[in-house]
Design a protein around this ligand. Structure first.
Ligand SMILES: [Zn+2]
Ligand SMILES: [Zn+2]
Length: 381
């Protein structure tokens, strides 16, 4: 099967390098599904990993993309969860066997890194000189920056029974990572209830989907924090009760003022800015929970004053993908969206897949919250 794909090569001076090219996709293996991609969201993790220097843990060339949605066109002989013609939302891969997978925490899978990040050969291409080039695939079990890709069965959530006649697939694509991470971090990691006073630092796709989840739970206070006025306005329209622009006012002073001195009961950080996380831990209420979601630079360390932490019973929790069980959480989020309680359509902007560069630029500039590439019916086909 010939496909179009965004192929990443080793970065130069920390800048990612990619080419849009034809690649050959082999028949699916026994535990794989051949998926014709409809749409793929772009997540900051894609940019982060495409910019990582080449080394034993970062091999190139490879095909990234981990928020895919598409049609199953062929299945391997061991596949039971989907059939030809089904619609699948793609998410992180897991082994389904380790004690974390079998106890309801598949995103903490013991072999998460090897299943999701190693990118063994998955595609080939032919250079102009006629040489064969092997290209890494199976990124997050899916490598969905390709119009066709072989996907691990554990990454494919069959949502055929949940889609409508005129479904907007671009909105559902980011459920597999960004929206799942935001909503899961509030509901699963934060254990948020209506009584909570929640602060969310960083209003990208993850922060804003977390905010929607907090709003859905009727939290009495939802404080949205960012430095981009348009993001703060968007947060307000999605249910934030208070806004803090950290360029204009002091974060700690404002949070304490809004919570009448007691501090938020749950703080979720999506920025990865260490000083901001430390400030959040400091202002957290007694028995409050700090939820770590953001990605700081490699090697970053977090510190806090020990005795005030101990004496107030605070907690710090962290996790990938909001510690969600994707095969139940993704259908649940689709239901919230249908019921008007999770308006993720407000966050998505679509781009033809060949406009990858523009989509990335708009995400980096803050103009677009969640860019989604459209594979179907583009001029690439
Ligand atoms: Zn596992
Ligand atoms: Zn992601």
């Amino acid at each position: 099967m010939l496909a179009k794909a965004i192929v990443h090569y080793a970065p130069v001076d920390g800048e990612m390098v990619y080419k849009i090219k034809d690649v050959e996709v082999p028949d699916p293996g026994d535990n794989e599904l051949l998926v014709e991609m409809i749409a793929t969201g772009i997540c900051h993790t894609d940019i982060f990993l495409a910019s990582a220097p080449e080394g034993p843990r970062a091999k190139y060339p490879k095909i990234l993309g981990h928020e895919g949605i598409g049609w199953v066109r062929k299945v391997g002989r061991n596949v039971t969860s989907a059939h030809e013609g089904d619609c699948v939302a793609l998410t992180v891969a897991n082994c389904k066997e380790c004690r974390f997978c079998t106890s309801g925490h598949p995103t903490a899978c013991k072999v998460f890194n090897s299943l999701n990040l190693e990118c063994p050969p998955g595609f080939t291409s032919t250079s102009e000189a006629g040489d064969k080039e092997s290209i890494g695939g199976y990124y997050f079990g899916q490598s969905s920056f390709a119009s066709w890709s072989n996907v691990l069965e554990s990454s494919a959530i069959n949502i055929s029974h949940l889609i409508t006649k005129d479904e907007d697939f671009s909105i559902l694509a980011p459920l597999g990572c960004g929206f799942q991470t935001g909503a899961g971090s509030i509901t699963n990691l934060g254990g948020v209830t209506a009584e909570d006073e929640v602060v969310i630092t960083g209003l990208g796709g993850v922060g804003l989907s977390g905010l929607m989840a907090a709003k859905r739970l009727n939290c009495k206070t939802i404080i949205a924090v960012d430095r981009v006025p348009s993001r703060l306005e968007l947060a307000k329209s999605l249910g934030a009760t208070h806004l803090i622009n950290t360029l204009e006012s002091d974060y700690k002073t404002e949070v304490l003022r809004i919570t009448e001195g007691s501090g938020p009961t749950v703080a979720m950080d999506t920025t990865g800015v260490i000083s901001l996380m430390q400030d959040s831990i400091e202002v957290l209420s007694r028995l409050g929970t700090m939820v770590l979601v953001g990605v700081p630079p490699p090697g970053a360390e977090l510190s806090f004053e020990y005795f005030s932490f101990l004496s107030t019973g605070k907690k710090i929790v962290a996790g990938l993908e909001g510690d969600a069980v994707p095969w139940t959480f993704i259908p649940e989020m689709i239901k919230w969206y249908r019921d008007g309680e999770f308006p993720i359509d407000r966050l998505v902007k679509t781009y033809p897949a060949y406009d990858f560069g523009k989509a990335i630029a708009d995400m980096n500039s803050g103009e677009t919250v969640k860019p989604v590439l459209i594979w179907g019916n583009t001029s690439m086909r």
